[in-house]
Design a protein around this ligand. Structure first.
Ligand code: BV8
Ligand code: ZN
Length: 239
């Protein structure tokens, strides 16, 4: 793998347009449970069964308890070497963009500034009725009501079955389609539309790289597959 790693590292030089897509695996070494790993369960619920609008409509308190548990857990986690390496890459490369599926905010805490949070953020709250939205890092054991209209607030994340914010998706698609190098880091490549970004990059001539602990459904289509912890591999690439 060292030879492949050196080849990928050489590709990241100059003013090449580099786009990195991250998933839950990039936060795993910070202690944040991944969605589909062994630790992906919460009180015998699968995250995917709670990260849905119908679950929130039926059981807002249970879903909020899940998000409050994640806010508290992530609040006690710190960016790991993978997050820090991606922040370093942004400083080194003039044409670099980080697109993340994660909602934990650890990329920003690691110093990344150009980050597209395509699935929203645990630290955002928005109203279920009016346009009120705010960033809120406080302890919120009970789901707060909207200060404007009094209706329930909800986590400012994109749930399964919900459309992504159009402006964010447009920016992501435009960047991926223009990329010279596309890296997919720590994602099982199961969630759409992120899972199809590699194909969009490839169709437009990008070199595609996967960084993961193990093969994913996309591995066979990638130009390079670097298997190992992101916390080991990314610092090598950031050099
Ligand atoms: C939408 C926020 C359309 C909430 C999340 C085809 C086309 C379009 C849609 C669909 C489609 N097929 C199905 C759909 C519906 C759905 C979907 O994709 N379902 C899947 C399950 C089949 N997609 C949607 O609903 C999306 N919406 O397309 O809307 C639309 C249009 C108009 C009108 C209505 C609808 C919205 C999807 C967003 C869902 N929200 N998060 C929250 O977090 O609570 S997604 C959620 O999954 C997280 O964001 C997470 O990041 C993401 C993806 O999971 P991964 O990040 O990949 O995590 P996972 O645990 O799976 O894998 C971890 C990986 O890391 C593993 O590979 C592991 O090996 C690796 N790893 C572990 N440790 C390390 C490591 N790698 C390196 N180093 C390590 N140390
Ligand atoms: Zn409101």
């Amino acid at each position: 793998m060292q030879a492949e790693l050196e080849m990928v590292k050489a590709l990241l030089g100059g003013d090449r347009r580099v786009v990195v897509l991250t998933g839950a695996g990039v936060s795993a070494e910070s202690g944040v449970p991944t969605f589909r790993g062994r630790d992906g369960l919460w009180k015998h619920h699968r995250a995917e069964d709670l990260a849905r609008p119908d679950a929130f409509a039926a059981h807002p308190e249970l879903v909020w308890e899940f998000y409050n548990w994640r806010r508290r857990l992530v609040g006690n986690c710190y960016p790991n070497a993978a997050h820090l390496a991606l922040a370093a890459m942004e400083r080194q490369m003039p044409n670099f963009l980080l697109i993340t599926q994660n909602v934990d905010g650890l990329h920003a805490r690691a110093g990344s500034r150009k980050v597209l949070e395509m699935h929203g953020s645990l630290w955002q709250l928005c109203c279920t009725v009016c346009s009120h939205a705010r960033e809120d890092f406080s302890e919120l054991p009970d789901l707060p009501d909207c200060p404007v209209c009094g209706h329930l607030l909800r986590p400012g994340v994109v749930w399964f079955g919900e459309p992504l914010v159009p402006g964010v998706l447009k920016l992501a698609i435009e960047a991926v389609a223009k990329a010279d190098v596309f890296l997919s880091v720590g994602t099982s490549n199961l969630v759409q539309p992120a899972a199809s970004f590699y194909q969009l990059a490839k169709d437009h001539g990008a070199v595609t790289v996967e960084v993961n602990m193990e093969p994913t459904p996309n591995t066979g289509f990638m130009d390079f597959a670097l298997h190992g912890p992101a916390g080991d591999i990314l610092p090598e690439l950031a050099g």
